[in-house]
Design a protein around this ligand. Structure first.
Ligand code: 5AD
Ligand code: SF4
Length: 441
């Protein structure tokens, strides 16, 4: 009888790529995907531990699947990703209805764990970190399929140890993938019809560290620019401290590089940036933002900001607000600080109250919302180049694509346009997307 799996993915692009690999591995052992947990013989959660809220969500979902297991005794329930990495075997102890746990370095072991659970009803876990050689060998590599856009992993892990961040603990040490492999993969993707690649890593700017003689990240981008068929290049995430002049210059010289950079600032206060162990000052950040705009005048910046880091004063927070007003981000992702066990900041005292932190968060959102609206409205009435990614959820005859600034545009058009860059005149602008009309060439 055909076996089915239901996979739920939380968190960042790293997990998205890992989940793509999970799908391939499960197909290879005769499981097909379904979109309802009730229809599955295997339910997997690929989890995120970045903040407490993300972690709690995992336990919430697991609790919901528990009764399914009572109804269908053969059902296998597994957890992977960052929560699995951090909790390990403890998850199996705490949750008797769970069958398997696999960490961030152990996606390749999933088939073996599933088969052990199937045949011997044996519960298992695999959460050990791997050595460099093994990790290099196991770097996720994906085929193009039907896709127009693809993430390509250039590095994994993080060695920065920002004081609030759990990533170095759950993703392990930084490791770069040889450029030859990356470029081969992108050539294959291009041959399969992929038009846009996003080079991903926790900190792409430290690409090449530990690989002597390897290309710099800027050189790597230049090589990608030369690959026929690829029309657009993006990358994420870049750490402001390592944003080199050479990389800034790429925005002047590489036509395929999109007009967008996600450059998380986290805070506008020098005192807090030091406590966060970010390795740059407010002035250095602002200088890099200015130079990016010199290299590419219509570039749009986005950012991540943490509100309520332990000891953040009203003055520190005002510095963040002013920085946001000065940079004028197209958008920000803001988060209330969430202590993560094992990180340096987890032990810091914090005199502020939850109410104060929430009030600051709301003030920041309000300031940014006006700036975001201003950027969106600049697009209204303009004819923009849109890379068509697929049929829109809006329904029949509706397509969606993205502008170079990474905004979604919905418009009417025929399926043949998928994969092409077409001119679309933006009519209405909404909070999360634009509605436009295709302009005939
Ligand atoms: N609390 C709140 N936000 C956090 N981030 C990372 N760690 C924490 C934490 N402990 C945010 C940072 C990062 C984004 C992915 O998540 O802003 O850039
Ligand atoms: Fe976390 Fe800092 Fe590494 Fe980003 S650079 S993953 S915020 S430790």
């Amino acid at each position: 009888m055909q076996k089915h799996f239901f996979l739920e993915t939380f968190g960042c692009q790293m997990n998205v790529v890992d989940s793509e690999q999970i799908v391939d591995l499960l197909r290879a052992i005769d499981y097909l995907p379904v979109d309802r947990p009730e229809a599955a013989d295997l339910i997997l959660l690929n989890t995120c531990a970045i903040r407490d809220k993300a972690e709690r969500k995992v336990y919430g979902h697991l609790g919901r699947y528990k009764p399914l297991k009572a109804a269908k005794p053969g059902l296998i329930l597994g957890v992977g990703g960052c929560v699995a990495q951090q909790q390990g075997e403890k998850l199996l102890k705490d949750l008797p209805y769970l069958d398997l746990v696999f960490g961030t370095h152990n996606v390749h072991r999933l088939p073996e764990l599933v088969q052990a659970a199937e045949s011997r009803r044996k519960r298992g876990h695999a959460v050990e970190f791997l050595d460099r050689e093994t990790r290099l060998r196991l770097f996720p590599r994906r085929s193009g399929g039907e896709a127009v856009t693809r993430f390509v992993t250039v590095m994994q892990g993080c060695d920065n140890f920002c004081s609030y961040c759990v990533v170095p603990l759950v993703r392990g040490r930084e490791i770069s993938r040889p450029s030859g492999d990356i470029l081969d993969e992108i050539r294959e993707l291009a041959a399969a019809g992929v038009r846009e690649v996003t080079l991903i890593g926790q900190n792409v700017n430290s690409y090449g560290v530990g690989l002597p003689g390897e290309l710099s990240f800027a050189r790597l981008l230049t090589e990608v620019e030369g690959i026929d068929g690829i029309a657009r290049i993006r990358f994420t995430t870049s750490h402001p401290k390592d944003l080199s002049d050479e990389l800034i210059d790429c925005f002047g010289s590489l036509k395929k590089l999109c007009n967008h950079i996600h450059l998380p600032v986290q805070s506008g206060s020098d005192r807090i940036l030091r406590l966060m162990n970010r390795g740059y000052s407010r002035a250095q950040y602002l200088d890099r933002a200015r130079r990016l705009r010199q290299a590419r005048p219509d570039i749009r910046l986005t950012s991540d900001i943490i509100v309520g880091f332990p000891g953040e004063t009203e003055e520190d927070f005002a510095d963040t607000l002013h920085l946001v007003e000065e940079v004028r981000y197209a958008d920000i992702f803001s988060f209330i600080y969430s202590p993560r066990s094992g990180t340096a900041a987890a032990t810091l005292e914090d005199p502020s109250t939850a109410g104060e932190r929430q009030a600051r968060f709301d003030r920041l959102l309000k300031v940014q919302e006006e700036i975001s609206r201003d950027w969106r409205e600049r697009d209204a009435g303009a004819t923009l180049e849109v890379l068509v990614e697929g049929e829109s959820r809006q329904g029949q005859g509706q397509l969606f694509g993205r502008t170079t600034w990474n905004r979604i545009v919905n418009f009417a058009g025929s399926r043949e346009l998928i994969g092409q860059i077409v001119p679309v005149r933006v009519g209405r602008v909404y909070r999360n997307s634009h509605l436009g009309r295709l302009i005939a060439d």
